[in-house]
Design a protein around this ligand. Structure first.
Ligand code: SAH
Length: 339
């Protein structure tokens, strides 16, 4: 038996064809699962009993157990979920002027070992299945009764290190009869797996891309992010340029400001030169200190000076405000307190 939430519409079509059934059943199933958010297959009243019975032999509808739910003073909510095998994952719900967004986790742990990040201290135990990524959204939607309009793939894990399952997830949440989350409302963030950035550029959904850059050159990036040794910054920039040319979409560059490491005006200037001429938007993010790590957040004045320098060099940039820092829902701190 397999979780039905692992199935794309194409896979469901094939399933029905194999049963000698009409492939259009697949759209009806999608509607029941994601629009009506059923709890049991028996609720599908417009599907023939015999088909439902067969489906019950082949599929089941797993659930995520919500272990804790914390609400921040700014309305951000953090959910701790238990997977069927007992592993714990966290998911964050944020409220914005434009709607509600969910930040999903894609792996149990992470292998990228970014030096500043709390998640990387736990090695990856396994990839999440497509179903487990989708259930984070479905469960939050059910628990809160809210319509989720935006999704960011920026929780624990490196989404491009679990590429196939993440791509399936993106397709499924985008279906018009289902959750119907617009491709333009979805952003996937990567630390820079260059081969997958090329693949993602060629993927037919117009989903957004964010790059965790965090350094303006190989010297600093090698120190902070081991992935840079496999894919140096020049290769990363080439892949970003390809994505922009191919998709005509602006890329978000994430840059956390760490005191004395990457926050000097020389770094700002080098970053401006690196990004010159690219259709990108730089998100400067205050570093969230992690107790067992030596890194510190940049001083307010350094952050503002860095921002001003990029502005002066005509780079599109914003200095991001944090959400949920009082419940450890800010980047990189998910899950680590619980395991
Ligand atoms: N692996 C993906 C997505 C998960 S991490 C990626 O690297 O993009 C989400 C973002 O949080 C990344 O930009 C990551 O570098 C950043 N991050 C990790 N730890 C952080 C911390 N302590 N403070 C601020 N940002 C952090």
């Amino acid at each position: 038996m397999e979780s039905i939430y692992n199935y794309t519409i194409e896979m469901l079509k094939q399933y029905f064809l194999d049963q000698g059934e009409k492939p259009f059943r697949s759209s009806q199933i999608i509607e029941w699962l994601y629009r009506h958010q059923i709890d049991t297959l028996d609720e599908m009243t417009n599907i023939k009993k015999a088909i439902v019975e067969q489906m019950k032999q082949d599929f089941y509808l797993p659930r995520l157990e919500c272990v804790t739910r914390q609400v921040s003073s700014d309305g951000t909510q953090k959910f701790l979920f238990r997977l069927e095998d007992g592993n714990l994952i966290e998911t964050v719900l944020m409220h914005h002027e434009y709607g509600y967004s969910v930040c999903v986790t894609t792996e149990v742990g992470c292998n990228m070992n970014c030096q500043f990040c709390a998640s990387g201290m736990k090695k990856k135990l396994r990839n999440l299945e497509t179903s487990e990524i989708i259930l984070q959204i479905l469960t939050i939607s059910k628990l809160t009764g809210l319509r989720i309009s935006h999704v960011v793939v920026m929780g624990i894990g490196e989404p491009f290190d679990n590429y196939e399952n993440v791509i399936r997830f993106l397709k499924i949440i985008n279906y018009p009869l289902g959750l119907e989350i617009g491709a333009r409302h979805i952003t996937v963030s990567t630390c820079g797996l260059v081969d997958k950035i090329y693949a993602y550029a060629d993927f037919d959904l117009q989903v957004n891309l964010a790059i965790s850059l965090h350094a303006p050159n190989n010297r600093i990036r090698n120190q902070l992010m081991p992935i840079n040794k496999a894919y140096p910054i020049e290769q990363l920039i080439d892949s970003i340029r390809y994505y922009i040319e191919k998709t005509n979409r602006r890329v978000t560059i994430e840059y956390i400001l760490i005191k004395g490491i990457n926050d000097s005006l020389e770094c700002a200037d080098e970053l401006a030169s690196l990004l010159h001429g690219l259709n990108v938007y730089v998100n400067l993010i205050p570093y969230n200190e992690v107790s067992s790590k030596p890194y510190e957040r940049s001083a307010k004045e350094s952050m503002v000076a860095f921002f001003d320098w990029l502005k002066k060099r005509k780079i599109n940039v914003q200095l991001r405000k944090e959400q949920g820092s009082d419940i450890d829902a800010a980047c990189g701190q998910l899950r680590s307190k619980h395991i």
